[in-house]
Write a protein that binds this ligand. Structure first.
Ligand code: GLA
Length: 370
């Protein structure tokens, strides 16, 4: 792979790259729409991700070629927003406070774009680690994660939580990350060695920046405002329990109430699922996955009838230990916990494209001249 990328880079730019980085996409096992409510998430990185090859250039110009999106060029130090893939890179450069130097950049990804497997976080994180290496920037892992999150939420303008960038950087092979998004405390949970992850493409695409994700955030905010009428000190929805929510029910609309119910119950499901994984109780893992999808569909309303049907079909297969819609919703991928060795059988049973991967490791530098 490295030799191939080097060759493609020099064919494009007539020079060798100084650095090649890789950052993975992610699949969230459970903990959906909790990360912007100070809650718990349990994602894994996957082997599909984004490669960035880069080198400095003396002409003060940044020239990028992305295999998926083509060319983009701009003057180093300029942070104009263009509503194009280059915005992710300009966002990272801006918040990383990188030197305003010219660069040549080649981007290659094995992730389906806009599908809910975090192609944008993989791009931001891969680019950030490449930039850190090239300019020898003193910046910690957690700062890289925060820079990438700001690039997406503040520069690009998708008000996402921090889960995707966090897992793309900090993931560990054969483990899930149990992350508390309020304080970023995290713990690695070993993934059962008998299982692997299957990501089933629903074939339905949604755009994260489209209004529905931000609308859900607004609805959660309304619920929190309602709860604060009685509990003014409460920091976020993940610090609210059911009793508190019911006592504040009259201070919010029905939609906001349902969204909060999902967040509260989802946080409990994340802890329980982590416990059942630790205990090796796959039967309970499966039950919790089912409840989680139900809550996403009924209370958070980010599923669709055809997706519910697919989830049911996949869950009913004897070698699947739970399946649910993963990511922001409204389409994208269904995650399934699959018995290893049953990849072909799954594929034969459900006539849809599937990606397979065990939990993968986080971002890394694959090649560097220095
Ligand atoms: C998207 C966002 C994440 C998270 C999920 C929903 O993937 O990027 O931050 O909010 O949706 O759990």
């Amino acid at each position: 792979m490295i030799e191939g990328i080097k060759g493609e880079f020099s064919a494009l730019f007539g020079q060798d790259p100084e650095v090649i980085s890789f950052a993975p996409g992610r699949v969230n096992i459970i903990g959906e729409h909790t990360d912007y409510n100070g809650g718990l998430v349990l994602p894994a990185a996957i082997k599909y991700g984004t490669y960035v090859a880069a080198s400095r250039a003396e002409d003060g110009r940044i020239e990028v070629y992305s295999e998926n999106a083509g060319w983009e060029k701009w003057k180093a130090g300029s942070f104009e927003k263009r509503k194009s893939f280059g915005d992710y890179l300009r966002g990272v450069l801006k918040f990383m406070d990188a030197p305003a130097e010219g660069m040549r950049i080649y981007i290659k990804s094995s992730l389906p774009v806009g599908s809910g497997l975090s192609s944008s976080a993989a791009l931001e994180v891969s680019f950030a680690v490449a930039i850190q290496k090239i300019f020898s920037l003193e910046i910690s892992g957690i700062e890289i994660v925060k820079v990438c999150h700001m690039a997406e939420s503040e520069f690009v303008g998708v008000k996402c939580g921090i889960m995707d960038q966090f897992v793309s950087f900090f993931a560990k092979k054969e483990h899930l990350i149990l992350l508390n998004t309020q304080n970023l405390h995290h713990e690695y949970i070993p993934f059962p060695s008998s299982l692997t992850l299957a990501m089933v493409d629903t074939g339905i695409r949604r755009s994260l920046s489209s209004s529905r994700y931000n609308q859900r955030r607004e609805e959660c905010k309304r619920a929190l405002e309602g709860v604060r009428k009685i509990f003014p000190e409460v920091e976020n929805l993940s610090r609210v329990n059911e009793e508190m929510l019911f006592s504040a029910r009259d201070f919010m609309d029905e939609t906001a109430f349902k969204r909060a119910m999902h967040v509260i119950s989802e946080n409990q499901r994340v802890s329980h699922l982590a416990d059942f994984l630790r205990a090796g109780d796959l039967c309970m893992v499966e039950k919790i996955m089912k409840l989680a999808h139900h809550s996403l569909s009924e209370d958070f309303e980010v599923s669709l009838p055809e997706i519910d049907g697919m989830v049911e079909e996949i869950s009913s297969l004897p070698f699947v230990y739970g399946a649910r819609l993963t990511g922001a919703g409204f389409g994208g991928f269904i995650v399934a916990l699959l018995l290893k060795g049953k990849e072909k059988e799954l594929q034969d049973n459900i006539n849809r494209p599937v990606l397979f991967s065990g939990p993968w490791s986080g971002a890394e530098i694959l090649y560097s001249v220095s």
